[in-house]
Ligand binder design. Structure first.
Ligand code: BGC
Length: 474
């Protein structure tokens, strides 16, 4: 039993993380409004970015080929060689390198040189034969940040997210930048397509999902960051000039995939909950005032919210009492971003006596000794923060399904392809999301007809599919 004084304060905090049905319903309406506005104009700061991707066809599953993909967007950089077998299956070989922290906030030259070196090493190791024959590889580049795309293989960086802050890259063409550094190292690779990870996930799920229930309507990520993509009717994307739309239509194009950048939903906080710990997290982030939805939902931020709450409980004299002053607390607990959502997955379901498993994790991760009361409190807070995340996650998913009329028709079932550490590994996350979807305008009936499936390696496979479609055009 936690002491009544501590539990009383914790109960107040838990309450501030609750998400009501009313908030979810208003959130869905607001999301639909902001998405519609974002399709019409680039100039409304409240609207969602709704970036046109120039991906205009969804794979059938019959695509074939060997392609490279490179994936920058979270904690690791991946280089992948994808073999598409043409029968909805694929195989891949990959190398994964953690991105050095200083490169995340250095110069574009340092970052892109490092990326090019990783691709060089991969190609030499896995495709040495082809180099000898003078082959040149097509590479699909998954770049998971807001990019104002101008074609399938060009786009300028709008802003960084998720702790990246390489200032001089903003406004630059990301494909040109990458190509320049690959060329400087004489790597035989052409960057043929630029794809957001959500776009990749949507395409990959469409490629692999031969026997799935229903059409894939959304590709989404709940990992370090969060975002979603879907196919929109060309006529609705009014910010693409009519002449360009007409040209596309003349070529038989009727839809285009939109990268919503839903991480920046409701930056004005008209609907989203706001606690003092959310404010702290935002203040310490690389992009204060932006991606306010992401900062309540995705993996990079959940642990940091929990850390902020724990610091406050300490300051209120309610926990970690052996430490006389704040400077005495273990260094790691005082350091932002040290508490991972992966650790929270463990706290969430720890049912060991006295929460011994959590005790060990807190020791290893933060060098933090705790008593069982403190661990019980940490578990309660963890559950509340994760629950809020999953409930908020229901908003964009439901809103998009409503916006595109995904359930129109008789007995329609709908597939959503999802990737990312939170949706894949956080215990109960998908179930909580579904509980909240049932509370939206879609109701329990919509929730029952919705299938949220993990699209493993989706972002790389999808980028490879994009690179392939560019190849077809040549
Ligand atoms: C980025 C998106 C990306 C998402 C998931 C967000 O921070 O803005 O472009 O899709 O993270 O990786």
């Amino acid at each position: 039993m936690v002491s009544p004084k501590l539990q009383k304060r914790v109960n107040q905090i838990l309450k501030s993380f609750e998400v009501s049905q009313d908030l979810i319903l208003r959130g869905v309406d607001h999301f639909i409004d902001m998405a519609t506005k974002g399709l019409e104009t680039k100039d409304d700061p409240e609207a969602l970015l709704m970036i046109p991707t120039y991906v205009t066809s969804i794979p059938s599953g019959e695509e074939k080929g060997v392609l490279l993909a490179a994936d920058l967007g979270g904690t690791n950089f991946r280089v992948v060689s994808v073999t598409l077998n043409g029968d909805h299956t694929f195989s891949l070989v990959q190398s994964k390198s953690p991105i050095p922290i200083d490169l995340m906030t250095g110069t574009s030259a340092e970052l892109f040189h490092w990326l090019a070196e990783k691709v060089q090493k991969f190609v030499e190791t896995h495709h040495g034969d082809s180099i000898e024959t003078g082959g040149k590889f097509k590479l699909g580049f998954t770049f998971s940040f807001p990019v104002d795309q101008t074609s399938l293989d060009s786009g300028t960086l709008d802003r960084w997210t998720k702790g990246f802050d390489v200032r001089d890259a903003i406004g630059q063409d990301i494909v040109a930048l990458f190509q320049q550094h690959l060329d400087a190292l004489k790597v035989p690779v052409k960057v043929s397509a630029l794809a957001n990870d959500t776009v990749g996930t949507l395409l990959a799920r469409s490629y692999t999902g031969a026997n799935k229930e229903g059409e894939t309507v959304i590709g989404c990520i709940f990992g370090t960051g969060t975002n979603g993509a879907y196919a929109e009717k060309l006529d609705n994307i009014k910010k693409i000039p009519e002449s360009v739309r007409n040209e596309l239509k003349a070529n038989g194009v009727t839809e285009m995939v939109i990268n919503t950048e839903w991480g920046s939903f409701d930056n004005q906080l008209q609907i989203l909950p706001k606690t003092k710990w959310d404010e702290e997290v935002d203040k310490n982030s690389a992009n204060p005032g932006f991606h306010m939805f992401e900062k309540r939902v995705s993996g990079m931020f959940l642990g940091e919210i929990l850390r902020q709450v724990l610091l406050d409980l300490y300051r209120e004299g309610l926990i970690l009492k052996p430490y006389a002053k704040e400077d005495d607390l273990p260094h790691r607990l005082r350091t932002p971003w040290t508490l991972s959502s992966e650790a929270m997955s463990l706290f969430e379901i720890d049912d060991s006596t006295g929460l011994k498993a959590s005790e060990l994790k807190l020791q290893q991760m933060l060098r933090l000794p705790t008593n069982s009361d403190e661990r019980l409190v940490i578990q309660q807070l963890t559950r509340a923060i994760a629950h809020r995340s999953a409930y908020l996650a229901a908003i964009p998913i439901s809103a998009i399904l409503i916006k595109v009329g995904a359930f129109d028709g008789h007995h329609v079932e709908v597939d959503v392809g999802a990737d990312g550490s939170v949706v894949e590994f956080y215990p109960g996350y998908r179930t909580m999301m579904r509980d909240a979807i049932a509370l939206t305008q879609l109701g329990p009936k919509g929730e029952r007809r919705l299938h949220i499936n993990i699209s493993k390696d989706g972002s790389s496979v999808g980028a490879a599919l994009c690179a392939l479609s560019e190849q077809d055009e040549e």
